[in-house]
Design a binder for this molecule. Structure first.
Ligand SMILES: [Zn+2]
Length: 462
């Protein structure tokens, strides 16, 4: 493989300090730069040294992404009107959060700095701020931190799992929450996948997995916290299905395949939570067995990691609406349903908005999610719904090209809940969404729409 055509290796190092390249890192997915020969929406990891050299000669202004700093965009504006649209009789939504989700950030960068990577801590900050200001009926649950010292405890658990199997983790009492998160993650991903992230972060001090997936001291702890939050929110939702939960976590998870961290993602949280529920059901831990779990992914990118993690499990139905072609360039065939016929992909061209294709595709996606058929009059057979709630399909998102408005998410959540039985627990988990000006309102609209639908279901009324 010649240096001119091969993936960028060590040669890229000398270019990484170049400001133009730093900006490109964020915008490359969606910026067409014909003069340097980069194909539209190509991941930076596939650029060649030749591309990078040409790129360095381009005017920076052409490459500057629409991604702006928190200082410039300010905080999300108040959403006082949302409260009046939710009847006072309805239960609120449970919000799972943690200050730890503000960690995991490239070395040398600070929260006061302008973010240089779109997957930044500011995302959860603006969402939490918008939710506080929305005055929606919310119940806040802070997920406790793992016990210290995290790195040593985690290494010990990985050794136990390697020597005695994942079942041995269930007997661990030193930090049961960490043992559960590691065990659940390793049951879906390979144990080596979790161990490799630990080795990269805590032994080698590596700074990145690939060109767009960075590492920091806190990465594994924060990623496992996101897994833990999804597990605990799901536990609570199964106990009281009349409630709705939203997990405001990061890093996102739906691109992490069983063996590979990629696309800002390390652990496939939603898939992990789904598999964990089935395992518990098989052990008879619920009053009635869980026979079918639906995963709805409306992030603008295809949830290739989730699909990879669930395609062998017929009790999980995975439905994804996403822009195509777009990173990670999978999910483009709506007729490929996997070996268990449980995968339903809805690829949409760039430029699609609610009134021009999205609403139609979403209705079809809900039909498939709820019954596996194309009929809208079939009662949902789902015992649990997990939503990969990404907000990068917003028109203003810097990484993609669909054209949804924040209010469209209210309608989407409303329609989803409306299609489900009132006793179906629903947990939303944050995935992507990078416009700091809009994601707070979009999340608030999601919860508002879901609560509004729940208010129309008799069981949800106090
Ligand atoms: Zn995304």
């Amino acid at each position: 493989m010649s240096p001119e055509t091969g993936p960028i290796g060590a040669e890229l190092g000398s270019y990484l300090r170049n400001e133009t390249v730093r900006l490109l890192r964020m915008s490359v997915y969606n910026q067409f730069v014909p003069s340097v020969g980069i194909e539209n929406r190509t991941s930076l990891r596939y650029l060649t040294a030749h591309h990078v050299r040409n790129l360095a000669t381009q005017p920076a202004v052409r490459l500057r992404p629409r991604f702006l700093s928190v200082r410039r965009v300010g905080w999300a504006r108040p959403l006082l009107r949302l409260r009046s649209e939710v009847p006072a009789t309805v239960h609120g939504a449970d919000i799972y959060h943690s200050p730890l989700f503000r960690k995991h950030w490239p070395y040398g960068e600070d929260l006061d700095d302008e973010p240089q990577h779109p997957e930044c801590p500011h995302r959860v900050i603006v969402i939490e701020r918008a939710l506080h200001e929305s005055q929606l009926p919310l119940h806040w649950h802070e997920v406790p931190r793992f016990r210290e010292p995290f790195a040593a405890n985690c290494a010990k658990l990985l050794k136990i799992a390697e020597a005695s199997g994942l079942e041995a983790l269930e007997k661990e009492t030193e930090d049961p929450a960490l043992a559960r998160a590691v065990g659940a993650a390793a049951a879906v991903h390979f144990l080596d996948h979790v161990a490799e992230i630990h080795r990269l972060v805590h032994v080698r001090g590596a700074t990145r997995i690939d060109m767009d997936t960075y590492l920091s001291d806190d990465t594994l702890e924060v990623a496992l916290m996101a897994t833990r939050a999804a597990l605990e929110a799901t536990d609570a939702a199964l106990k009281d299905p009349s409630r709705l939960a939203f997990v405001v976590s990061r890093p996102p998870g739906h691109h992490a395949t069983r063996a590979t961290a990629m696309g800002f993602c390390f652990l496939s949280n939603v898939a992990i939570a789904a598999h964990e529920v089935l395992k518990r059901s098989d052990k008879g831990e619920f009053s009635r067995p869980i026979t079918r779990i639906g995963i709805l992914d409306f992030d603008v990118h295809h949830g290739n990691g989730t699909e990879d993690c669930v395609r062998q499990q017929e009790r999980i139905r995975f439905v994804s609406l996403h822009e195509h072609p777009q990173y990670p360039m999978t999910g483009g065939n709506p007729n490929e349903h996997g070996p268990k016929h449980n995968i339903w992909n809805f690829p949409l061209p760039a430029g699609t908005d609610w009134h021009n294709g999205y609403a139609e595709a979403y209705a079809e996606a809900l039909n498939r999610l709820c019954s596996g058929t194309d009929r809208s009059d079939v009662v949902s057979d789902l015992d649990l719904v997990l939503v990969s709630a990404g907000y990068d399909a917003l028109a203003s998102d810097p990484l993609a090209g669909l054209h949804l408005k924040p209010s469209d998410y209210s309608e989407m959540a409303f329609q989803l809940i409306h299609r489900l039985k009132p006793s179906t627990p629903v947990v939303f988990c944050l995935e992507g969404g990078y416009d700091l000006n809009a994601i707070g309102e979009a999340v608030s609209q999601t919860i508002q729409g879901a609560l509004r639908a729940r208010a129309e279901q008799p069981q949800a009324v106090v």
